[in-house]
Design a protein around this ligand. Structure first.
Ligand code: UD1
Length: 507
């Protein structure tokens, strides 16, 4: 173990000696763990990090709108669209996507290191149950979609079995509870060896005068390095080697909180592969100018996402002659990468990734040793963003999908108006209700009265019947005709594997 003297001189070098201010008061155990923590901080890196944070913090108010003058919308030739493509083209993409999956070339990678501060639960967001009739959590829904996508790809392409490895990036906050949750749930029947968890780095939060903040007398306030920490984490965890060993060539990266996420979406994979893309992003039409989604666009001619926190209101509100938003391509945090692109990022581009600055209220210990919960921002957190690698792509494409089918994020706790457990639950149940109607079912209430059929629902409207379909039965709305055509179904209805089997037997 590194000595106190050594740590002291390393901190001096980094200009951070104040971190040992309470050393004489610490117990033996506290000293051990604190020394362990401090020894992880490289003096040069720490000094540079604190300097850069203080500098960035001092000009943060200028970050909004900084890129506005250099932004242009993406040109149509780089955008594929589900709604504007003909059936034949869609089928070609689908077939191509399934073929890649069936050849074990596709992996999914979940970004799950965030703290989910806005939702305000003390556990990882993936463990959240939005109140579906089945009680499934986001992790379970995602795991079951992987299962089904593997099964479909194998069936369609005549292979005996195929595997979509699931890489899960966690952080110090989420690794332990996520691992425990997966173990307790027996990896949701996935093969444990195909679920690979790895950890992103943590970096100190810094005060406005460039000092790392003490969270308590024996702990530095640390935060994950943003979802763009992915690229260092891939190297730290030797994940690129793992992908290589498995023969993975295409990676579908997604964020944890979108209940409608299509895992390893064969359309998206097929589209990106057909276009020879090294990097791609799914987008939806922005719902309103201030919607908290980044916009995919070009900055100085290179593709990029300008985050919602960094675009000015004036630019976000700009409209075309037909009334549509100029910056309309909303990022839903679903990205496509080839393995070779990820390798080139790891080898060459990662150090060039921009640091984004967030001013936060960071609880700290004051000079007298009192714990303080600040009521205004007192600290700077630096984050890298996963999409900041787009500018290094040689062939970037965007893929426009339908919001109702693919995007309902869980960001806020329930009394909020948008992106809550209630809106996520409603979005999923509306989708399944429409799948059932489309497959030819009709619904009855408890007294056998026919419920109204609503092929379209307004934004906050509950579907007239409750219908939840297990992803193990259908994950893209496929194969439901045979189970539902002409059937009168009592609401609420859960179509799980057992029920599907009963229906098949009764036919
Ligand atoms: C930087 C980024 O991607 N922003 C996107 C993100 O915004 P948003 O601000 O909603 O991003 P979040 O903070 O929710 O993070 C997105 C994902 O990254 C993960 N995470 C976050 C921080 C971290 O250090 N480690 C980590 O793994 C989270 O667990 C989550 O799965 O989703 C929106 C769609 O819902 C997009 O429109 C935004 O452009």
């Amino acid at each position: 173990m590194i000595s106190l003297e050594e740590v002291r001189s390393r901190l001096e070098l980094a200009g951070q000696s104040h971190l040992l201010r309470f050393w004489p008061e610490l117990s033996a155990d506290e000293r051990d763990s604190f020394l362990g923590e401090l020894s992880q901080l490289e003096p040069e890196e720490l000094r540079e990090h604190c300097r850069a944070a203080a500098e960035a913090g001092s000009r943060d108010s200028g970050a909004v709108g900084l890129l506005d003058q250099r932004m242009e919308p993406m040109s149509a030739e780089f955008i594929g669209s589900v709604s504007r493509s003909d059936q034949e083209t869609l089928k070609q993409w689908l077939d191509k996507g399934f073929r890649q999956i069936s050849q074990n070339k596709v992996a999914v990678l979940l970004l799950a290191g965030g703290q989910g501060t806005r939702l305000g639960v003390p556990y990882p967001k993936g463990m959240y149950n939005v109140g579906l009739p089945s009680g499934k959590t986001l992790y379970q829904v995602q795991a079951e979609r992987i299962h089904r996508a593997e099964q479909l790809a194998a069936e369609k392409c005549g292979s005996s079995k195929c595997t979509i490895p699931w890489y899960i990036m966690t952080s110090e906050f989420t690794l332990e509870p996520t691992e425990k949750f997966f173990k307790e749930n027996l990896y949701f029947k996935l093969d444990q060896s195909n679920v690979v968890m790895f950890e992103q780095r943590m970096i100190p939060a810094v005060s406005f005068d460039g000092k790392a903040i003490l969270e308590n007398k024996a702990k530095v306030a640390m935060a994950p390095d943003g979802n763009g920490g992915l690229y260092r984490a891939l190297v730290d965890g030797k994940i690129l080697e793992d992908m290589e060993r498995r023969g993975v060539q295409y990676i579908h990266v997604y964020c944890v909180d979108n209940i409608l996420v299509k895992m390893a979406d064969p359309f998206f994979i097929g589209f990106c592969v057909s276009k020879g893309a090294d990097c791609g992003a799914k987008v939806v039409e922005k719902a309103y100018p201030t919607e908290p989604v980044g916009v995919v666009c070009r900055v100085d001619g290179a593709h990029q996402v300008v985050e919602y926190s960094e675009i000015s209101l004036e630019t976000a509100e700009k409209r075309n002659a037909d009334g549509s938003l100029v910056f309309n391509a909303g990022n839903i945090c679903n990205h496509f990468f080839t393995l070779s692109f990820l390798k080139s990022v790891a080898e060459k581009f990662e150090p060039k990734l921009k640091q984004h600055v967030a001013l936060k209220k960071v609880p700290y210990v004051d000079e007298e040793g009192n714990l303080v919960k600040p009521d205004k921002p007192n600290g700077i957190k630096m984050e890298k963003f996963v999409f900041d690698v787009f500018q290094f792509s040689k062939n970037f494409v965007a893929f426009e999908v339908s919001r109702a089918d693919e995007f309902s994020p869980l960001k806020n706790a329930d009394p909020a108006a948008k992106d809550t457990p209630a809106t996520a639950r409603r979005a999923l149940l509306a989708q399944h209700y429409h799948w059932a109607l489309g497959a030819g079912a009709s619904f009855l209430d408890g007294e056998n009265r026919k419920l109204p059929e609503k092929p379209s629902l307004s934004e906050n409207e509950e579907p007239p019947a409750v219908c939840e379909i297990s992803p193990l039965v259908s994950c893209f709305g496929e194969g439901l005709g045979v189970l539902m055509r002409g059937r009168e179904i009592h609401s609420p209805f859960i179509l799980d594997e057992k029920k599907a089997e009963e229906i098949r037997k009764s036919q």
